[in-house]
Design a protein around this ligand. Sequence first.
Ligand code: PLP
Length: 220
Amino acid sequence: MDIASQLAEVKARIAKAAIGAGDVAGQGRLIAVSKTKPTEMIADALQAGHRLFGENRVQEAIEKWPLLKQQYDDIELHLIGPLQSNKAKDAVKLFDVIQTIDRPKIAKVIAREMQAQGRNLALFVQVNIGEEPQKAGVLPDELSDFLQFCQHEQKLTISGLMCIPPVEEAPAPYFALLRKFAKEFEIPHLSMGMSNDFETAVQLGADYVRVGSAIFGARD
Ligand SMILES: *Cc1c(COP(=O)(O)O)cnc(C)c1O
């Protein structure tokens, strides 16, 4: 597994998709999703110059990242998985961006922790864009109220929207819908697109794509 060349290939595909999309496209910043993958593989990506990573479990990230963050001071680590409030303290301490703010309780706890630790993370709201019962995220109908709550009651800056469309459907309409919400609510960043659909996401305005298996190989 040559991580450096897989990274380069994914970056080239993002750049190409962005060109093809004209001025709609974001820059397509690549979040290398290293969940379940060992530190040695992450070290390969770091050595290749990559600094932007995503993990989806706080506990796993705590086991892998503190040392790497000491070695490289310009790493940007995104939490892209569900967050329980009893993990909020650890999450605020370790991550630079939390993409999965999706309910009032977690918004409250994160606001409190950031204040307590004097840390200012970038926060994205996860939208359950396909309205799937088993999936995390704010329902589209509730997005406006939830953003109001975060921004006005909790005084949080929400700088992005994130989604994972239904797996068995074509993603483009869902990406377009998330972009529409970002525009409507004046949220600058869009995190959408994974290994199977990141080019479509970039063409529809994603400026963060989250790519795991296309870089690090299939997960068990
Ligand atoms: C695992 C994961 C990804 C990356 O998935 P791949 O299909 O391996 O690229 C992206 N986003 C989230 C939220 C994930 O949990």
